[in-house]
Design a protein around this ligand. Structure first.
Ligand code: NAD
Length: 368
């Protein structure tokens, strides 16, 4: 099998949107002579119901062996009462941890047809195409010591530790530099080097790596608070932004909202390159399992489809195929076709499957 994929549909709308990816994969195999081999597995609540655990060892093993994992979403009210380690989200966390996915790629792209869905003025967001690279496995969410201690005098103290090492900074910065080279060749590194030692180290290491290996990329630095302001003031100044786990958490959600709809947002999480040069990779939409609309053929499949486009680009180096899918999405939106979440006055409301049918027909048209 030349190109292997593991599909993990998960819960809620997950199976509905993943079905559309499966059809798209079949399209590539049939129409483009590609050789994607697909396996499916359970994760989250679906796995709890079948196996009593949010991710089995067998599925974890498969995830470690394939070229890329596509995950839709996990969770729902049915499993909310369980303890933290048994909850659906624990399956996702295990995947991220054991695959050591340290670089989280969050694109924020505004499609022309949806420019009015943003809460920002059209002239600020029209044509926006930026990428945030968030460090995902280090920093204050994982640093030790951590906890809540009783000081014995009626006071308690909550502690978290922001900590980064040279290699943690360099490996995520390297991903960001490589990405910038494939895009507009501009990287902005964001931290708080004015008030945090870890931020100062971050800046120094990024500068050193730039000098050593990426001097051709235009590098700038911005304090994270300024970056938060610039993202809403003039987001088009950015191409790629690289930042730590905490600031990335916030800045990537802020950037996502520039685009207006959660049903449109893909993401990728990448690990280290193996001996064969391939990185472990997990692709997933930013949205959750949307239990409120599950089972109604009403979910927007575009975030999931664009996550697959990211896999085509980053795991399989199939740039033209990724652009084909992205262009088909863009063209279909231009025709006025909308799922309920992105519905606008005067447009045509459609279901999950009709949206995917139309995108696949557009791919036929574009490639004939
Ligand atoms: P959510 O993203 O599932 O839904 C938020 C709102 O957006 C809902 O109104 C939903 O109907 C809508 N929405 C989301 N995706 C959509 C799509 N593709 N098309 C149309 N509308 C869409 O977030 P939530 O409601 O906070 O969480 C629901 C469940 O999902 C919870 O169990 C939560 O833990 C889980 N969750 C999982 C992930 C993940 O798997 N990565 C991420 C976030 C939330």
């Amino acid at each position: 099998m030349a190109r292997s994929l593991l599909l993990l549909p998960g819960d809620g709308i997950g199976p509905e949107v993943m079905r559309q990816v499966r059809r798209t994969i079949d399209w590539y195999n049939r129409r483009r002579g590609l050789d994607f081999g697909v396996e499916e597995g359970l994760v989250g609540g679906a796995s709890i119901d079948a196996h009593g655990a949010p991710l089995t060892d067998a599925t974890m093993d498969k995830a470690l062996k394939v070229d890329a994992v596509l995950l839709a979403a996990v969770g729902g009210p049915k499993w909310e009462g369980l303890t933290f380690e048994k909850r659906p989200e624990a399956g996702l966390l295990r995947l991220r941890k054991e695959m050591d996915l340290f670089a989280n790629l969050r694109p924020a792209v505004v499609f022309d047809a949806l420019v009015d869905a943003s809460t920002l003025k059209p002239e600020i967001v029209r044509g926006l195409d930026l990428m945030i690279v968030r460090e995902l496995t280090g920093g204050v969410y994982f640093g030790e010591p951590r906890g809540i201690e009783d000081l014995g005098n009626g006071e308690r103290r909550g502690i978290n530790t922001q900590v980064y090492t040279t290699s943690e900074i360099k490996r995520v910065a390297r991903v960001a530099f490589e990405l910038a080279r494939k895009r507009g060749n501009k990287l902005c590194s964001s931290e708080k080097s004015n008030v945090m030692e870890s931020g100062l180290l971050w800046r120094q290491e990024v500068i050193a790596l730039h000098k050593a290996d990426y001097a051709d990329v235009e590098l700038s630095h911005m304090l994270a608070d300024a970056c938060a302001m610039q993202l809403v003031r003039n987001p088009k100044q950015f191409d790629v932004i690289v930042t730590d786990n905490l600031f990335g958490d916030i800045l990537s959600d802020e950037a996502a909202m520039l685009t207006g709809s959660i049903g449109m947002l893909p993401s990728a999480s990448l690990g280290a390159a193996g001996a064969d040069g391939k990185r472990k990779a997990l692709y997933e939409p930013v949205h959750g399992s949307a239990p409120d609309i599950a089972g109604r053929d009403a979910a927007n499949p575009i975030a999931m489809l664009l996550s697959f486009a990211m896999a085509l680009r980053w795991s399989f180096d199939l740039e033209d195929e990724a652009v084909l899918l992205e262009t088909a999405v863009q063209n279909v939106l231009k025709t006025g076709m909308r799922t309920a979440d992105i519905m606008q006055p005067g447009m045509a409301k459609c279901s999950t499957s009709v949206m995917a049918d139309t995108i696949l027909r557009e791919m036929d048209k574009l490639s004939s």
